[in-house]
Design a protein around this ligand. Structure first.
Ligand code: PRP
Ligand code: MN
Ligand code: MG
Length: 182
């Protein structure tokens, strides 16, 4: 697995430091709020949300959504199919959507609008990575870990063909690895 990585873009230590900062900011911002619900977007955000909540010093709930974009294309079509919805009603709750990466923004834009229509008290977005150069729809990110250039990155939850999610860092995939996996 490591032999497929060209370069470590964000190390385990850098991620850890960022999680502490984000957790502290979220704790301060949500201190006076009740009914806080963090919504992790499966599967990419699993590692991020699991580590992030350990740095949020407030009572909160966690739930997950699983989504999939239609079509065989690697580019998201913007039409998102819900594979797993939230377990509970979110009306009146303070929602923080937790994503691993925003690329075109189509997945999150759809999700945000859908959750917003369920009348939460508030709704914000937290993402570990952002690739603004690939954006197709405008998204307001409230909590950002790292802005990155348009590299194909894997690790810390992010996959290529479902592989590499368990790497503890964010790495750039070698081009040969992309070809082999295809
Ligand atoms: C990836 C990533 C984001 C989304 C970002 O998920 O985890 O959820 O794509 O892309 P976008 O901004 O262009 O919509 P993916 O659909 O690969 O599913 P996964 O999380 O299970 O890997
Ligand atoms: Mn995802
Ligand atoms: Mg993926």
């Amino acid at each position: 697995m490591l032999e497929d990585i060209k370069e470590i873009l964000i190390s385990e230590e850098e991620i850890k430091k960022k999680l502490k900062e984000l957790g502290k900011r979220i704790t301060e911002d949500y201190r006076d709020k009740k009914d806080i619900l963090l919504v992790g977007v499966l599967k990419g955000a699993v590692l991020f949300i699991a580590d992030l909540i350990r740095h949020i010093d407030l009572p909160l709930q966690v739930d997950f959504m699983a989504v999939s974009s239609y079509g065989a294309s690697t580019e998201s079509s913007g039409v998102v199919r819900i594979l797993k919805d939230l377990d509970e009603n979110i009306e009146g709750k303070n929602i923080l959507i937790v994503e691993d990466i925003i690329d075109s923004g189509l997945t999150l834009s759809y999700l945000y609008n859908m959750l917003k229509s369920r009348k939460p008290a508030s709704i914000k977005i937290c993402t570990l990575l952002d690739k603004p150069s690939r954006r197709k729809v405008k998204i307001k990110v409230d909590y950002l870990g790292f802005e990155i250039p348009d590299y194909f990155v894997v690790g810390y939850g992010l996959d290529y063909n479902e592989k590499y999610r368990n790497l503890p860092f964010i790495g750039i995939l070698k081009e040969e690895a992309v070809k082999v996996a295809n």
